[in-house]
Design a binder for this molecule. Sequence first.
Ligand code: PAF
Length: 280
Amino acid sequence: MSKVQVIHTAEALHQFRQKLNENSQSLGFVPTMGALHNGHISLIKKSAEENDYTLISIFVNPKQFNNSEDLKQYPRTLEADLMLLEGLQHCVVFAPTEAELYPKNDGFVPMELGSIGRVLEGAFRPGHFEGVVHVVHNLFRLVDANQAYFGQKDFQQLAIIRLLTRYYGFKTRIIACPTIREASGLAMSSRNMRLNEKELQDALIIIETLRYVEAAKNQRSIEETIMAARTLFSTSDLALEYLAIVDPETLCELSEWQEKQICCIAAHCGSVRLIDNLLF
Ligand code: PAF
């Protein structure tokens, strides 16, 4: 049994937050869906460096899954997650039930996401970002953190979280953290747990293709680069969902290279959907 403090209710979280306020202690927040890996740990360590306490939420949010099989298969490993956090000082876990996080009449009023919510993940996972906005809104309201930490692997999610923070007037500062990769280059993700040995190898085509695109910058046109990158990707066993080179602010597809762009990929590796990106 882990010794990490786990809060399950909104009321207990409120009391914890109040105590910090009384002692003028700051709170960093790392929202997760559990199945913690070193990517999460890097966010938690950054928060621990910058705040008196860190709260890690663990909640598999049904509202953000547009595919019921994906929700069913999503890893749930609370005991192992708590063991991983063992020994980290001033870290507390918030693991609410659905009823606790989404009480009846929770006062949530959806926001219009605009074009940023309709492209890339928004186009392929209808309702996904609406679900992310709802859960992050409810979490931010309960946690009232000074700073919240998000990984850049979910680049579009990060852009939407910045948007919702402004829209709902949360005072929480959003801190973007770099994608953490395996030595092989595979971006760390809770979904990697579901890949077998062969799929872990196959999945490397994602980072290979992203690096190919980066190297092609200013050598070939964007159109040619995308065509060649798709051809490279098609040599793999993965099924490509999208490969796009977009502006990092608007996420609009580019026809000319700029100083900064981001290449985003989503693909199915067996039954597991993976995303990754490279900003260059
Ligand atoms: O990135 C995630 O793990 C989730 O989308 C988040 C932000 C915890 C909301 O459920």
